[in-house]
Design a protein around this ligand. Structure first.
Ligand SMILES: CCCCCCCCC/C=C/C(=O)SCCNC(=O)CCNC(=O)[C@H](O)C(C)(C)COP(=O)(O)OP(=O)(O)OC[C@H]1O[C@@H](n2cnc3c(N)ncnc32)[C@H](O)[C@@H]1OP(=O)(O)O
Ligand SMILES: Cc1cc2nc3c(=O)[nH]c(=O)nc-3n(C[C@H](O)[C@H](O)[C@H](O)COP(=O)(O)OP(=O)(O)OC[C@H]3O[C@@H](n4cnc5c(N)ncnc54)[C@H](O)[C@@H]3O)c2cc1C
Length: 609
């Protein structure tokens, strides 16, 4: 399809999904799940996932009563317009202004520079009638920083942009179908006025006289929508990883290459240890991210309830966990989808394998809702603050509780003596705790050598990111172990999940062996025992690998992959797909007479001469 056809088709599908959501007796989770299983990103996603939550989180009661009924019935369609051409990561650097005019009791929205143009918001370019706009609030000549505003963008009768608004789509993005079904847009204001009551005033407000009343709660609650989406992105990483792994595992069981004894059947590529070494950690990651995503959803729900009671105690932890786990799981999943493409050899590069499209749609997850490095730096900041308080007697809690055992963890030596010890949850957990703590303390010690903390932080950015990743990996391993100790039905299932849990943990030790050795968390002998155990775990998982991806229960339609078909009938279906290609409509291609024939004829002519 052309981009316009693709876009219009996505509108059709989004409206159809909305109709279904309305007609079917669905729970909120089910209707969200329905949107999850839409093939391509569309405006529906951001209306529900960002525009509505922003109003819920930052609007006053009366503002919610005014706007949510319209949004819930989709009588207005909204987007989340924060990022600008010049600023995305640095929210406090946004340039769009909202200047209060006491004469008219209005805010004047303006894009003072080209870099202040809103740029990227999904649904902004062509669909949304409204937006939550983030702009610098200026009143009485004072800049009070970035705040949220509800702004109508288009005429509700003919969808034309309102006067003072220039709006459009930012153009084609990475990949063929992929995110091009979404109208990520640009928007400039030219002294565009909105009523004062369209400033989202739950956190802070401006009085009729133009007086700014600051928030009596942490200003970062304004970032609440991003935190909520980051939390969902972790579970979504599991779904995307599971899709890719399902395709690659099923195809690896179908594909045979080399290894035939005297003309016999060739070897299934899933039996090669290299294939297992690349594939099974990804299979384990799909399960690991699902379980940590379940836990993160609990954490986010808990912090949301606490915030309602003005209890901000776990807000820093929630921010660090959503930021760090979003960053870690999306990076691993993007790399994992690409690895699954390579695991399928040449056929993985075909569009009909489903992997190129999955990769193209998925990879922006490393950037949207926060660049992954920028988010890990937030985790690093949280860890440095926690380490600095270790001596204060304030026991760290939650995911940093292990830091409370710093004395032991800084000097303990791993008691791993044989390969089987790597199946001991306490020993595995302590290994990850020691590595994470020692990396964080090492960063803190190095920071303390700098006169100026800011300068030290900027000098040590790369080390700090690695310490943050170590902390996040510990969280994922620990939540997998907790899940195993929990209520898993069925002994057989539990055994298989145990294998995957330790494949996940031990593959990380192998992948980040430098950290574990340089922090003396393990010895090279213990590392060798871990590798030995890993190989044994691959052998145990191999007979159940296909069952473990069948367990994701994805339909062939949803997988969209000839290689990942449930029936494994790959080769005939590859031909079927190939013959559907328009290039095969004729046996002699367009262009033969203009280009190929004259070329050959010319050769024939010169050959005759
Ligand atoms: C389902 C799948 C399909 C999902 C489908 C999704 C579709 C894609 C849609 C995409 C949408 C978008 O991309 S929307 C736009 C997303 N944009 C972003 O994510 C921008 C990323 N940048 C930021 O979030 C911010 O700029 C950040 C990096 C945190 C820096 O913010 P500030 O400068 O205001 O704050 P700092 O000075 O760094 O920190 C000050 C203190 O505030 C704390 N703090 C910072 N952020 C906080 C937060 N969110 N919550 C609590 N506390 C926070 C810090 O820990 C510090 O605490 P102390 O240390 O105690 O002082
Ligand atoms: C598909 C897609 C959909 C999007 N949808 C929306 C939307 O609906 N609404 C919306 O508001 N936005 C949206 N965005 C924008 C997105 O949120 C931003 O692109 C994202 O936050 C990254 O910010 P940036 O582009 O400024 O990256 P930059 O911060 O410019 O990143 C560039 C590089 O600089 C590095 N960097 C930046 N700051 C630091 C630092 N302090 N220390 C070390 N390194 C640093 C980064 O790690 C990165 O390598 C979308 C983006 C994409 C790709």
């Amino acid at each position: 399809m052309t981009r316009k056809e693709l876009f219009k088709n996505t509108l059709r599908k989004s409206v159809h999904a909305w109709k279904l959501i309305n007609e079917l007796p669905l729970s909120d989770d089910e209707s969200l799940m329905l949107r999850h299983f839409m093939d391509q990103p569309g405006f529906l996603d951001l209306h529900w996932r960002m525009f509505v939550p922003a109003i819920k989180g930052q609007g006053t009661e009366e503002q919610k009563q005014k706007w949510l009924p319209l949004a819930n019935k989709m009588q207005i369609i909204g987007c989340y317009a924060q990022t600008e051409l010049g600023h995305g990561s640095n929210v406090q650097g946004l340039e769009t202004t909202a200047t209060f005019d006491p004469q008219t009791d209005q805010f004047i929205l303006h894009s003072p520079t080209q870099t202040s143009s809103k740029w990227w918001p999904g649904g902004l370019g062509k669909v949304s009638t409204h937006a939550v706009i983030y702009a610098r609030l200026i009143t009485d000549g004072k800049d009070h920083g970035v705040h949220g505003f509800i702004v109508q963008l288009r005429n509700m009768d003919d969808h034309s942009p309102l006067p003072g608004i220039t709006i459009g789509d930012i153009g084609v993005k990475f990949g063929n179908g992929a995110y091009n079904s979404m109208d990520n847009g640009f928007l400039m204001f030219d002294k565009f006025c909105i009523p004062r009551d369209q400033m989202l005033m739950r956190l802070s407000k401006v009085t009729r006289e133009g007086k700014y009343v600051p928030s009596d709660v942490p200003r970062q609650l304004m970032y609440g929508t991003m935190v909520s989406v980051r939390q969902t992105i972790v579970s979504n990483a599991s779904i995307a990883m599971a899709r890719a792994v399902c395709i690659a595992t099923r195809y690896s069981a179908v594909r045979r290459q080399f290894g035939s004894q005297n003309g016999g059947i060739e070897t299934q590529v899933i039996d090669y240890k290299t294939q297992q070494n690349r594939l099974f950690p990804l299979l384990a990651s799909a399960y690991a991210f699902r379980f940590v995503g379940e836990w993160l959803k609990w954490l986010y729900t808990d912090v949301t309830q606490r915030l309602e009671a003005s209890d901000f105690a776990t807000l820093p932890e929630a921010h660090a966990c959503t930021a760090g786990l979003k960053s870690m799981t999306t990076s691993a999943t993007s790399d994992g989808i690409e690895e699954c493409r390579k695991l399928c050899g040449g056929h993985g590069y075909l569009w009909c394998s489903g992997l190129p499209e999955l990769f193209a749609v998925y990879v922006p997850a490393c950037t949207y809702e926060g660049d992954n490095v920028v988010l890990q730096l937030q985790v690093a900041r949280f860890l440095m603050k926690t380490v600095s308080q270790l001596g204060s007697g304030k026991a760290p809690a939650g995911t940093t509780a292990y830091m409370g055992r710093a004395k032991h963890l800084l000097q303990c030596r791993s008691s791993i003596r044989k390969a089987e010890d790597w199946l001991n949850p306490a020993m595995v957990l302590e290994t990850f705790e020691a590595r994470a703590l020692r990396m964080a303390v090492s960063c803190a010690n190095n920071l303390s050598k700098f006169e100026n903390q800011e300068q030290g932080f900027s000098e040590l950015l790369a080390d700090l990111v690695e310490a943050a990743i170590a902390h996040c990996q510990l969280i994922v391993v620990s939540k997998f172990i907790v899940k195993l100790e929990g209520e898993i039905k069925g002994k057989g299932v539990k055994n298989q999940l145990k294998n995957l849990c330790y494949i996940y943990a031990l593959h990380l030790i192998h992948k980040h062996l430098g950290d574990f050795l340089s922090t003396n968390s393990i010895t090279s002998e213990q590392a060798s025992l871990a590798n030995h155990q890993l190989r044994s775990l691959y052998t145990q998982v191999r007979p159940n690998a296909v069952a473990l991806v069948d367990a994701f229960d994805y339909t062939d339609h949803y997988l969209g992959s000839v290689l990942g078909r449930y029936d494994g009938n790959v080769y005939p279906k590859l031909f079927e797909e190939a013959l559907k290609d328009p290039l095969n409509d004729t046996v002699v291609p367009d262009g033969y007479h203009e280009y190929i024939r004259p070329l050959i004829k010319q050769h024939l002519r010169s050959a005759r001469l």
